[in-house]
Write a protein that binds this ligand. Structure first.
Ligand SMILES: C[S@@+](CC[C@H](N)C(=O)[O-])C[C@H]1O[C@@H](n2cnc3c(N)ncnc32)[C@H](O)[C@@H]1O
Length: 335
């Protein structure tokens, strides 16, 4: 089906785009190769079986317990990307953190509540990542669930949660999903727009509008700059420092700009809510990961000095700019 050959690895733009096939390497080496799947993977087809977050050799359909066990025992030797260079979310996931969105589970719960997903809904999730929200959505038993994720390995994890022909995860780009117009009554995406360039943000929102039927709901959960009239210099400094420390271009908007982004594409914004940007604060860690998960994460971080530096650096930036960074949730409707 898909032939493979070794190619030099480039750091992913998102959470480890196309990172499948990461090869075990000798500790201390500076580069590594990955295998590239030369044919596109079609909708519903299962992706190759390696995982950038949890190491390789992972079966596509893992049991929850296997998943947990793998996430709990990160092995930094399994990639040649040093923890200092790894995209921040990827590093956190490798250390066992499951919740990677800025407002944590609280804002995610609020998002799902506001989207009012019911059994007659056709849901599209853009960029499901580790599939944490996917599982919560599936508990609501929608008529259909389609995830669009560009990372093959993340898609493999999401697929491990899906059963039946009406639930699928396709490899694709959120700005051009290839799905039919008006195929959904609900579309949402978390922690995936902030990292996009301005024109790509617009394209993704436009795609969400295209996918929705009239009256359909669209939800986003992203990083936000405060206040709305933030000085340009401060904004530039925040963006540079975040991108520098997280190793992914981070381009958050103010609340007014997020609203405008959605309205410019034709959405009617119905709800805006914010939460503090406490992704790496102990209280939020326990709330999001549970006590055992938070302890496990802390233990993993403590055991890997290079990862520890990366995680602490990220937290320092979040703390430094805490007066100007927040998490935001917007829910909008297609007229
Ligand atoms: C920070 S993670 C967030 C994952 C998940 N939504 C969450 O909140 O836990 C970003 C995810 O977005 C995916 N992603 C980024 N840009 C994308 C795009 N244009 N199309 C599809 N997936 C994308 C990445 O592969 C990664 O899984």
């Amino acid at each position: 089906m898909s032939s493979e050959r070794a190619t030099p690895f480039r750091l992913p733009a998102g959470l480890g785009r196309s990172n499948s096939g990461i090869r075990r390497r000798l500790p201390g080496a500076q580069t590594f190769s990955r295998t590239r799947h030369q044919e596109p993977i079609s909708a519903g087809e299962h992706a190759p079986q390696t995982h950038p977050y949890i190491g390789n050799g992972t079966k596509t359909r893992m049991s929850d317990e296997t998943m947990k066990a793998r996430v709990q025992t990160p092995d930094l030797r399994q990639t040649d990307v040093s923890p200092e260079k790894m995209p921040g979310h990827w590093l956190l996931a490798r250390m066992g953190k499951r919740v990677l969105r800025p407002g944590g589970m609280e804002l995610t719960r609020r998002l799902l509540q506001s989207l009012e997903i019911q059994s007659h809904d056709d849901v599209v999730e853009l960029a499901p990542g580790m599939g944490v929200t996917a599982r919560m959505t599936l508990e609501r038993n929608p008529a259909s669930y389609t995830a669009v994720e560009r990372d093959e390995s993340a898609a493999a994890t999401v697929r491990s949660y899906l059963e039946g022909s009406s639930r699928r995860c396709i490899i694709g780009d959120a700005s051009e999903t290839g799905l039919d117009p008006a195929c959904a009554s609900v579309v949402y995406g978390e922690a995936m727009l902030s990292m996009q360039l301005p024109q790509v943000k617009s394209r993704i929102v436009r795609e969400a509008l295209r996918l929705l039927r009239s009256g359909g709901r669209y939800g986003i959960h992203e990083m936000c700059l405060v206040p709305d009239d933030l000085e340009a210099d401060t904004r530039t400094a925040i963006q540079h420092e975040l991108s520098d420390q997280i190793h992914v271009g981070v381009r958050p908007l103010t609340a007014a700009e997020w609203r405008k982004l959605l309205e410019d594409e034709g959405f009617l914004v119905q709800l805006v809510a914010t939460a503090p940007m406490h992704l790496l604060e102990p209280k939020r860690l326990i709330k999001d990961e549970g006590l055992a998960g938070a302890i496990r994460f802390a233990w993993n971080v403590a055991r890997h000095p290079a990862a520890r530096h990366g995680v602490f650096r990220m937290r320092r930036i979040f703390r430094k700019w805490k007066g100007h960074l927040a998490a935001i949730l917007l829910v909008a409707r297609k007229p």
